[in-house]
Design a protein around this ligand. Sequence first.
Ligand code: SAH
Length: 451
Amino acid sequence: MRHFPLFMDLRGRRVLVLGTGKVAHRKAEPLARAGAVVEMADRFDAGQLAGCALAIGADAAETELVALFEAARAAGIPVNTVDRPALCSFITPAIIDRDPITIAVSSGGAAPVLARLLRAKIEALIPPAYGRLATLADSFKAEIRRRLPDMGLRRRVLERLLGGRAADLVFAGREDAARAEFARALESDEPARGMVALVGAGPGAADLLTIRAQRLLGEADVIVHDRLVTPEVLDMARRDAERIYVGKARANHCMAQEDINALLVRLAREGRKVVRLKGGDPFVFGRGGEEAEALAEAGVDVEVVPGVTAALACAAQAGIPLTHRDVARSVTFVTGHTKQGRLDMDFAPLVRSKTTLAVYMGIVSLPQLRDGLLAHGLPAGTPAALIERGGTPRQRELRGSLDELVDQAAAWSTRGPTLVLIGDAVGRGVGWSRTVPAMALVGQAFRPAVA
Ligand code: SAH
């Protein structure tokens, strides 16, 4: 280790920053945030160093920077000059600020860019609410010491709280419940209570998970998932987490909804951290509402984590705007699911309004959908698209008028989850995928045609 890391208390201490440009301000900002009295100057004068805790050389003239370095070193004041290792007695790390938690990353000056990239990764991993969790723990510190004098027991209780439900509650913005959890843990030594997170897995690509979903997957004891959840997403879960498949292909339910609800309740009551992972968003045609109700009724804590729903993922990757100033002023999510073979849909308002229709589970009932819409006055030539496995590298699209799609759908489908988009906006947008296979588009979707 070339440099020794430490955290310095700068409250009320003077820090000299040499330079008044952009770089100097960038350096001054976190110092001021830490409570330092920052003084900035363009020229160096030895008197300025008196009483300083630190000195920083930023965007000042070379002779000034050298003079600062030499004077500071002679006076025993730590000094750092931006991008000039030879003029430094200390280096500044990349900082992840989750006050009061602070994480500092350094490459020892070897590759500051790498340290910054690493910082971005850690930023993504540590929820902003970590600071609030630390503050909450701090507010219980004295009481915890008093009630749990045994250090081993204290550590176990704290680990359980901070790595478990209390943390989840803080991250979900429910600080009051988290406080109650702390209080309860101090009152009794009852075992940890489980919790269920209904988590949106997005359309199937692992990098379309939310950061919150990814964190919960990394912490789960058990993951209950269904057919829409792809192996790539499941790979993001903790290696030793138990995985339970509860299926659910159309008309071929692998487990009845009531049994899934009961399973979730039982797992939570065993004190486990359960992630109920559902394709897309859990509250969009996923029966997540019923699961949340059943859990709440059983007195189990539930957290709902949104996911990228199929309509958004399909449209984005196909380059289809869901709303468009001129032609579509709303988006409507509907289900094409039939009851006893009948499509129960109120067509008139759908046709009347300038809307883009996103039909989930609609490929089987497509002829009925077309008939209903046309009978209520939708022009037969209205643009439409079928999008299969949307939002993944295997996305496929079929575009045409609604009429054309009905004829071609069966032959075209490869039985993957398929969304139907209908409306004038479907004919707009960038539509690259018509000529370029979806795979080739990954990563270049938003590159402008002319640089
Ligand atoms: N909760 C899910 C929807 C569940 S209903 C969500 O928010 O996306 C299941 C239907 O969603 C499928 O029949 C299909 O119409 C649609 N769907 C889900 N994932 C899809 C995907 N990757 N591509 C296209 N359609 C998808």
